[in-house]
Structures are given as C-alpha cells and as structure tokens.
Design a protein around this ligand. Structure first.
Ligand SMILES: Nc1nc2c(ncn2[C@@H]2O[C@H](COP(=O)(O)OP(=O)(O)OP(=O)(O)O)[C@@H](O)[C@H]2O)c(=O)[nH]1
Ligand SMILES: [Mg+2]
Length: 225
C-alpha cells in the first residue's frame, strides 16, 4: 500500500464495478425495449447544441407515423420535457440533481413510468455534456451526437470520447456558418480519425435545411426494427 495515498490500489476496481453494474442494467433496459418493439435513441451533445430543438422537429414530422415518447435528462427543471410534450409526445423529465449524465438506472426509472407497448420510438435527451454521457450506456439501440457550429470546429479533437462509438452525427446550426469561423473540412477530418465513415447530417433546426435527411435515417432505423 502507498502510505501517502492509502487505498490507491482499490480505486479502479470500484469504478469498474460501477460501470459493470450500469452495463448489466443497460442490457436489461434493452431487453425491455426489444420485448415491446420500441426503438431507443440516445441523443447526446453539449449544452445548447440543439437536442430539444431536433426532438421537437422529429415529433412534428414523425408523430403521424410513429408513437413517440421522450425522456429528458437535465440537472434541473422540466423545461425540455414541457417542450417535448407541447410538441405532441409523451414526455418524462429526469432531474439528475447534479449528475452530468443519464445512466441506466435513471432510464429504468423512466421506463417504469411509460407504457412501452404504446410506443414505437423513444428519444432520450441526455444531459448537455461532452464528456460523461459517453461512459454510461443506457440500453438504447442507437447513439446520436449533435454537434453545433458555434461550439467550434476543434471539438472532435478535444472531446474524442464523445465522437467515438456513436451511430450518427448531426451537425446543427448550419445557418450560422456565414457568421462564425468554422472550418468544416478540419472538423470532418477530426471526426474521420475517430469514427471513419460515420454518417453525418449537417442541418439547421432554424431553417429546416437538411432536416429531411435526418428524418429519413431515423425513419429507416424505426421501420427496420
Ligand atoms: N441559429 C440556430 N439556433 C438554433 C438552432 N437549433 C437550436 N437553436 C437555438 O439554440 C438554443 C438551444 O437549443 P436547444 O434545443 O434548447 O438546445 P439543447 O441542446 O436542448 O440545450 P440543453 O438541453 O440546455 O443542453 C435555442 O435558443 C435554440 O433556439 C439552429 O439550427 N440554428
Ligand atoms: Mg434540451
């Protein structure tokens, strides 16, 4: 034992156990979703990137075809769940009380409040954060990262963990490209190093340009379930 730092050698196994417990519960969440035929999508992004805006557009466009529900994760308030409900979806807010991510237990608590047999598509809005959500599996089928132009073109280089292991990348707020210095080639090169051939959707929730490509991809994911 290191006298200056007693217990040092025991830290990593404890963290591993927490991750393992989360992964086991995530697998169980997946089983629940599969049993009810629900497709779960985990939307991750920095604060303000446009997660709720994209969810609103998705509800407006796909709720005539699919039964949608939204689980919204935030440190505080029910602002985002209120927006999703106003857009027309069943919505549940999870307040993490300070945690910077959702985990499988939190999603499990939300699933218990939903009638999964009445849902085709479950959109999970993770807490706005570019680090923690990448480490906690939820049991959803697809992970989607939403980047946005004002965040800057260096984010794949600075937050590599978040750009790996996702199934799709939305690049939101393209309407701001004329006003903000954002080198799209540099950004894309950073993404390519981490996730070669990752499907990307440059779009604007403001002008709706590019939204259809996102909706078509999601539509295919749900219809192929
Ligand atoms: N110009 C522009 N603004 C946008 C776009 N999409 C969203 N916004 C604005 O960006 C701000 C944040 O959008 P939200 O959808 O609330 O972002 P969020 O990622 O859900 O934010 P948090 O849940 O707080 O992390 C709002 O003022 C939106 O109106 C876009 O495509 N273009
Ligand atoms: Mg939001």
């Amino acid at each position: 034992m290191n006298k200056n730092d007693p217990g040092q050698g025991k830290r990593i196994p404890v963290v591993e156990k927490i991750f393992n417990a989360n992964e086991l519960l995530a697998l169980d969440n997946r089983k629940q979703l599969d049993a009810a035929g629900v497709v779960g999508i985990n939307l991750m992004a920095s604060p303000g990137a446009g997660k709720t805006s994209l969810i609103e557009h998705t509800i407006w466009s796909l709720s005539n075809k699919y039964r949608l529900a939204v689980v919204d994760g935030d440190v505080a308030t029910s602002i985002d769940a209120d927006r999703a409900a106003a857009a027309g979806a069943t919505a549940i807010q999870i307040n993490t009380g300070g945690e910077c991510h959702l985990d499988a237990v939190m999603l499990r608590n939300a699933l218990e409040q939903l009638d999964l047999n009445d849902i085709d598509l479950l959109l999970v809005e993770n807490v706005g954060n570019l680090i923690c959500p990448a480490s906690f599996k939820l049991g959803t089928h697809k992970s989607v990262l939403i980047a946005s132009i004002p965040e800057g073109d260096d984010k794949p280089y600075k937050y590599p963990g978040m750009y790996q292991d996702v199934d799709a990348l939305v690049i939101n707020k393209t309407d701001l490209l004329p006003y903000i210095s954002f080198d799209m080639d540099y950004f894309r090169r950073g993404v390519e190093i981490l996730s070669p051939n990752l499907v990307t959707f440059p779009l604007s929730c403001r002008t709706k340009e590019g939204i259809d490509e996102w909706l078509n991809w999601l539509d295919k994911v749900v219809s192929n379930r």
